[in-house]
Write a protein that binds this ligand. Sequence first.
Ligand SMILES: Cc1ncc(COP(=O)(O)O)c(C=O)c1O
Length: 345
Amino acid sequence: MVSVDLFSDTVTRPTPAMRRAMAGADVGDEQQREDPTVNLLQDMVAELLGKEAALFLPSGTMCNQVAFAVHCRAGDEILLQEQAHPLLFEVGGASAMTGALLRPVIGAGGFFTGEQVRSATRPPVYYMPRTRAVSIEQTSNVIGGVCWPLQQIEDVCRVAHASGLVTHMDGARLLNAVVASGTTARQFAAPFDSVWIDLTKGLGAPVGAVLAGRRDFIEEAWRFKQRFGGAMRQAGIIAAAGVYALRHHIDRLAEDHARARKLAHGLAELSGITLDPTRVETNIVVFDVRNSGLDGESFNARTLASHGVRFSVLGPTAVRAVTHLDITDDGIDRALEAAHAAVSR
Ligand SMILES: Cc1ncc(COP(=O)(O)O)c(C=O)c1O
């Protein structure tokens, strides 16, 4: 049985107070734009991100796919980091649904530069794909929850706009970056034509994500929400969890970050485990178990069997731990005991 679940921050269960907010939500027909709680959530996110309008969608994946569909035509190219979510985990959605090509840009530590965007942007000749968009993931998930610095974002977006590209932020964990860096959500969002936040990661809501941008962008996004089957009915029941999370669960992300740092420092002391704890900026800890003689799967199987501690396995010997609302200080201690036992056997 899993007792400490570090698999992802998506495993959280709604708190009793969040459930009460959901049960008491005012609702209406969301597809007709008549759900007052969905409308409130959209207004709150537009305000938070400093954008004209926002759109509630069932998932972050749909936010990426709807944004790509609005921005691109078939044959267009989107630049993004080589381990970005749409490249790894969206089943080729950009090509399947929009016909867009995803082109990885390999940058130091997971970040690319404005100069790299300039050189990756194809000349406007009729026999090449049109480079149309650049997408940035804040924080970068598989890289280890690291935050794009604001200056680098501004550099990338300035060059992108000067080259005629549109800019998109996958902000699944943008609020983790906000809490970790002290940079506001508006500052991070300002250079982007489209940006979204997930409600189901650190914020701890059960369903949904919110995409924001200019009013005309969001009007067009509504068309794809409908086309992809993302328009809902009495969705205020789930939007209420998002409203609650935005009011009560942002500042507490600092606790997740502190626990991730504690975990990282503890893991770094174990022989057989390799990681640089100074790279842990938010709630994600990626480490390598190669020197323990174990692969990632057997490390995870051992911690699960002995202590009920679940990690996620990213590669042959790469393992990830994610802290969240349901992880306590005791959970971190138990995870460290489990890791110690696994590599000592
Ligand atoms: C960086 C990033 N983008 C997008 C997504 C997709 O979000 P969702 O699970 O809400 O579809 C995830 C989910 O893990 C993610 O980590």
